[in-house]
Design a protein around this ligand. Structure first.
Ligand code: C2O
Length: 582
C-alpha cells in the first residue's frame, strides 16, 4: 500500500490553519463604521443664492465617508423630509451579497417614508473612489450626495505614490426646486428647467449669469448685479506644499452636465478610474461625466509665490453656465487670494473628438492590474439609445422600450415569487441595426414596460450601446452606469456598430474596468461583464434631468405605480437571477 498520503494531509491541515489565521487577522482589522444621518431640507447658499437643499445632518453635499478595503459601513438613515420619500445608493459599491442595500427605490427597496428609519449595511470590498446619492425621483439634484473613499489596507502597495490626498466633488446646480424641475418634465407641454445656474466644486460656487461672466469689465446689465452674501468668492480648493504630490479623487455627480476639470498650470496624471488602476495618462484637463470618478496625481511644482485657478466647465452641451472656479494656493499665500491670471475659459464645448480620444486613452488597465477578460460572451445585447414618442409624450427608451417601475420593487417580487408584479415578457435584445439610420430622428413609436432582462448566474454578457440622433435631431453624450457590477470597457466606436465587423476591434488584452461609461454622440460603446452578483440591478443613463433646450425632447417617465409625479430618466434595467432569489 502506498503510504505518502499522511504527510500530504498534514500539509493540507497546516495550510488550512495558516489560511484561517490569515483570514482571522484580516477580519480582526476590518472595522465597522457607523453613521447616523438625518435627511432634511435646510436653506443653503451653495452658489451664494439661497435655496432649499436636501441635506445630511444639515450639510450639502454630505460628509465624505472614509473606510479601508474590507470594512463594513453601516448608515442609519432617518427621513426627516416630512413630505418626501428617500433612498440612498452607494454608487460604485457592488453590494456583493447585499443587494438589499443598493438603495434604488423601486428596484431593491421600498422608499424610506417620511418619519421612517432604514439602515444600510454593506462591505466595501475594493479600494477606490466612490459616491453616494439619493436614488429616489430626482432628489439627487436637490443636493443629497457625497463621496465614499475606500483606501487600500496598510502594507498593500498601489501602483503609484503620493504625499497626500483630497476629494473633489463636481456638481451642477439649479435655483428652481427639484419639484419644479420634475413637474416641468412631466408637464404637457413640457417645461424644461434649462441649463444649470451654477457649477459647484465641493459644494461651493458663485452664481453669475453666463453673459456677465463674458462681459470683461462689469456690465450695466441689471441681471449682472447679483446680490451676494458677504464673503461670497471662489472657494479654496486646497493649499499645496511645494514639491509634494497630491492624489485628487475627482468625481462628478452632475444632473445634466458633462464637465472638463483642470488646474491652471498643473498637468494631471490619471491613475484610477471608478476604483480600478488605469495605465497612467498625463492630461492637461480631465473630461468627466456624471457618475465617473478619477484619481489624478498633481505635483505642486509651479511658482509657489502665487495661487492658481481650478475650474470646471460645461462641455457636450452648448455652454450657458458660468464655469466654476476654486483656488489652489501654495503654502504661505492667502488661500483666498485670486490668482493674478484671468479665469480660464476651458476647451470648446463641442470638441467631440478630444473627448472621445481621452475616453479611449483612459480605457487601458495598469499593466500590473489587468483583470483577464472572458474571451467571448454567452449573450450579447445591442441597445439602441434614443427617444421615442409614447402616448404623445417624448421618452427615452432602449430598443423602443421605456422603463417604468412597477408598484412593488423588483427585488421584493422576485424574492417573494410574486406573479404578475412586473411585465414578464423580456425586452428586445437588439434592434434593426441593418436598416436603422442613426443620423435621422427615430421614426418608431415606443412602448412603456416594466420588463427586465434576466441573466443566467455566472454568464458573460456583452452590452453594446448605440447612440443616435434624438427627436430634436441632436445626439448627446450619455454616461451609462451599471449597478452591482463593474464591466470591461472593450471599445468606443464612431457611427453604427456592426457586430460582424466591429467585435474584432474589442480590446480583449488589457481593458480597464469601470462602472460608468460614456456613450458619445453618434457613436457606440461596448462593455462586457460577468453576471455573478445575484440581485436586481439598474443599468441607466446617469443624466437625471435630460431634456433638450428647445423644449421638445424629454427624458420623462412619470413614477407610474409609485403614485409620484416625479420624472426620471431610466433607459434600462437588468436582473441577475439567482435560484435563491425566487
Ligand atoms: Cu449613481 Cu443608479 O446611480
Amino acid at each position: 500500500m502506498p503510504t505518502p498520503r499522511r504527510p500530504q494531509r498534514m500539509l493540507a491541515a497546516v495550510l488550512l490553519l495558516l489560511c484561517s489565521l490569515a483570514a482571522l487577522s484580516v477580519s480582526a482589522e476590518a472595522k465597522v463604521h457607523h453613521h447616523t444621518w438625518d435627511i432634511a431640507y435646510h436653506y443653503k447658499s451653495l452658489d451664494c443664492v439661497e435655496k432649499l437643499a436636501v441635506t445630511i445632518n444639515g450639510e450639502s453635499p454630505g460628509p465624505t465617508i472614509h473606510a479601508t478595503q474590507g470594512d463594513t459601513i453601516v448608515v442609519t438613515v432617518h427621513n426627516k423630509l416630512e413630505t418626501e420619500n428617500t433612498g440612498i445608493h452607494w454608487h460604485g459599491i457592488r453590494q456583493i451579497g447585499s443587494p438589499w442595500a443598493d438603495g434604488t427605490v423601486g428596484v431593491t427597496q421600498c422608499p424610506i417614508l417620511p418619519g421612517d428609519t432604514f439602515t444600510y449595511r454593506f462591505v466595501v470590498d475594493r479600494p477606490g473612489t466612490y459616491f453616494y446619492h439619493a436614488h429616489y425621483g430626482m432628489q439627487r439634484v436637490a443636493g443629497l450626495d457625497g463621496m465614499l473613499v475606500v483606501s487600500a489596507p496598510d502594507g498593500v502597495a498601489e501602483p503609484f505614490t503620493y504625499d497626500e490626498e483630497r476629494t473633489i466633488l463636481l456638481m451642477d446646480w439649479w435655483h428652481k426646486s427639484v419639484y419644479e424641475q420634475a413637474v416641468g418634465l412631466a408637464s404637457d407641454p413640457l417645461k424644461f428647467v434649462g441649463e444649470p445656474q451654477s457649477l459647484l466644486i465641493n459644494g461651493r460656487g458663485v452664481f453669475e449669469p453666463f453673459h456677465c461672466s463674458r462681459a470683461p469689465n462689469g456690465s450695466s446689465d441689471a441681471a449682472c448685479n447679483v446680490p451676494r452674501s458677504a464673503g461670497c468668492a471662489p472657494p479654496p480648493l486646497f493649499t499645496a506644499v511645494p514639491g509634494k504630490t497630491y492624489r485628487l479623487r475627482v468625481g462628478s455627480l452632475t444632473s445634466l452636465s458633462a464637465l472638463n476639470f483642470a488646474i491652471e498650470g498643473h498637468s494631471m496624471t490619471v491613475v484610477e478610474v471608478d476604483g480600478h488602476y488605469v495605465r497612467p495618462v498625463v492630461v492637461d484637463s480631465l473630461y468627466i461625466y456624471s457618475g465617473e470618478s478619477y484619481s489624478v496625481l498633481v505635483k505642486a511644482d509651479q511658482n509657489p509665490s502665487r495661487n492658481y485657478w481650478a475650474a470646471s466647465h460645461v462641455v457636450a452641451r452648448e455652454r450657458n453656465t458660468t464655469s466654476a472656479m476654486a483656488i489652489l494656493s501654495y503654502a504661505g499665500n492667502d488661500p483666498r487670494a485670486p490668482p493674478p491670471t484671468p479665469r480660464p475659459e476651458g476647451p470648446a464645448w463641442d470638441d467631440v473628438t478630444a473627448r472621445v480620444e481621452q475616453s479611449r486613452s483612459l480605457a487601458v488597465a495598469h499593466p500590473d492590474h489587468v483583470l483577464p477578460v472572458p474571451p467571448r460572451p454567452d449573450r450579447a445585447l445591442l441597445l439602441l439609445n434614443t427617444q421615442n414618442r409614447i402616448g404623445g409624450h417624448t421618452k427615452w427608451a432602449i430598443n423602443g422600450v421605456s422603463l417604468a417601475f412597477p408598484a412593488t420593487p423588483y427585488l421584493v417580487s422576485m424574492k417573494r415569487g410574486l406573479q404578475g408584479a412586473y411585465d414578464a415578457r423580456p425586452p428586445p435584445e437588439t434592434y434593426d441595426f441593418r436598416s436603422y439610420d442613426i443620423e435621422r430622428p427615430p421614426p418608431a413609436n415606443g412602448t412603456v414596460a416594466s420588463a427586465v432582462y434576466r441573466l443566467a448566474l455566472g454568464s458573460v454578457v456583452d452590452l453594446v450601446l448605440q447612440n443616435t440622433v434624438a427627436l430634436n435631431k441632436k445626439s448627446e453624450t450619455h454616461p451609462w452606469h451599471l449597478h452591482g457590477h463593474d464591466f470591461w470597457v472593450l471599445a468606443y466606436g464612431d457611427g453604427k456598430f456592426d457586430p460582424e465587423r466591429d467585435t474584432a476591434r474589442f480590446n480583449l488584452r488589457d481593458p480597464v474596468m469601470k462602472n460608468t461609461v460614456a456613450l458619445h454622440p453618434k457613436g457606440w460603446t461596448a462593455v462586457r461583464f460577468v453576471a455573478d452578483n445575484p440581485g436586481v440591478w439598474l443599468f441607466h443613463c446617469h443624466i437625471e434631468a435630460h431634456v433638450h433646450v428647445h423644449g421638445h425632447g424629454g427624458g420623462v417617465r412619470g413614477g407610474r405605480g409609485q403614485g409620484r409625479p416625479l420624472a426620471q430618466v431610466y433607459h434600462g434595467l437588468w436582473t441577475i437571477q439567482d435560484p435563491a432569489l425566487t
